[in-house]
Design a binder for this molecule. Sequence first.
Ligand code: FES
Ligand code: FES
Length: 179
Amino acid sequence: MTIAQQALTVHINGQNVTLDVPEGLMMIDFLHEYLNLTGSRFGCGQGVCRACTVILDNTDGTSEEIRSCITGAHFFNGKKIRTIEGHGKKNDKGEVVAVSPIQQKFLEHYSFQCGYCTPGFVNAATVLIEKLQREPVAKEQVEETITHALDSHLCRCTGYVRYFEAVKDVILTTPGLIK
Ligand code: FES
Ligand code: FES
């Protein structure tokens, strides 16, 4: 049996990628098997845990989370996304020389243990921070806002408190996120 191939062009972490891939291929398999971007984690594979979350950058300047385990690769044709590999600053050799502010706070707060869920949490927190840059919240709404943003992400190890505290730290120490 021959599986039909279809061209796919996606802008990933600042670079355009064009390949012929099988119709019906899931995005997480495209990332893992075709691009060797294995940082997006395959957890439940059913859209529940969100370890596989990537960031979709919309043309209106907003960003949103998408679960790559239940979203076909061709959904992203012509679109722009970021994966966990796109967050750190890299030098000319492609080596990571600095992590993002969210990643830094997760490290400082010891937010994760095994780290399997961490790419999803980094992407969720990044989408939240970008939303707050556009629409700051009142200080008394910060905790509720974080809970709402992270609530769907599952972690088997940490009990969530340290992720929560790290994101709160970022929000309280980054100018412009609170009105
Ligand atoms: S692996 Fe995608 S939601 Fe769990
Ligand atoms: S740190 Fe292990 S699943 Fe979250």
